[in-house]
Unconditional design. Structure first.
Length: 279
């Protein structure tokens, strides 16, 4: 059995992972707060966008960035594309389920705790897809006890995240919540990765798969498009909301002006002064 280096490039990979996780968490918290202004299908759409932000940008992309720092001595490391991409789908789906459970009605521990357990189990699967997608000259496995600790960390991380997006109000509080969420995500990733065990097996066959760096450009493009699209959704909503408010005020002003004009016209028809004289 050989050791797995989680920080082959030093602090840069965990720093990138934390930054991406914080951005995704902040967007997800903001989108969830927007959902409270709606009901029914419209709230569901906002919660789905929040799940894309938290699950995709805030969980899976940081997991991928952190995996860039993984190195196994004495063997090349390759990755299976489909298994790696599967983690993205799982992350979005489990956060959709969690946010649907807590996003309707007033927040309560009775909803957040079971939703957090369900989401945490799914997150453990997300963090496991990275190691499971690894292709090395050997056998990849998990230490059950460490993986169980990772499961507990994932459940705690999910509960903290769902509590933050359900309860937090105001931009400063949202930023603090996003920082807390990013550290919870990063801690869970490295605990699950600590369960990774690689047993080398000499072979002359080429290791199948692609390097993570070969997938880096597509993932960066996906992350930028995802973040930009979600940010545009929030900004566009704010602009539309402000425009609708201004149009409503203008409509009220026009109605009041029309009533005043109509009243003055009737007074003139009766031969009465439109404005009372003070002489």
């Amino acid at each position: 059995m050989t050791s797995v280096d989680q920080f082959a490039y030093g602090w840069i990979t965990p720093a990138l992972a934390l930054a991406m996780s914080m951005l995704g968490g902040l967007l997800g918290t903001f989108l969830t707060s927007r959902s409270r202004a709606f009901t029914g299908a419209r709230r569901t759409r906002w919660l789905t966008l929040a799940a894309l932000a938290i699950g995709g940008s805030g969980t899976w992309v940081p997991h991928f960035m952190a995996m860039l720092g993984v190195d196994v001595p004495d063997t090349v490391v390759r990755y299976d594309i489909l298994t790696t991409a599967l983690g993205f789908g799982i992350a979005v789906v489990v956060y959709c389920l969690g946010l649907y459970l807590v996003g309707f009605g007033p927040p309560s521990l009775g909803k957040i705790l079971p939703a957090g357990v369900l989401t945490g189990i799914g997150l453990t699967a997300v963090y496991a897809t990275g190691p499971l997608s690894m292709r090395v000259a050997g056998v990849v496995a998990f230490d059950p006890r460490t993986l169980l600790i990772g499961l507990g960390a994932a459940i705690v991380s999910a509960i903290v995240t769902l509590w933050c997006v359900s309860v937090v109000r105001g931009l400063p509080s949202m930023v603090c919540a996003a920082v807390i969420m990013s550290f919870a995500v990063g801690s869970t990733h490295y605990i699950v990765m600590a369960a990774l065990r690689v047993t080398p097996a000499p072979t002359t066959a080429a290791v199948p798969g692609v390097t993570l760096f070969a997938m880096l450009a597509p993932v960066c493009v996906l992350a930028c498009v995802l973040l930009a699209g979600l940010a545009y959704s929030t900004v566009g909503f704010t602009v539309r909301q402000d425009t609708a408010r201004e149009e409503a005020l203008l409509s009220q002003a026009r109605d009041m002006y029309s009533l005043a004009t109509f009243a003055r016209g009737r007074e003139r028809d009766r031969g009465e002064p439109a404005v009372p004289s003070h002489r």
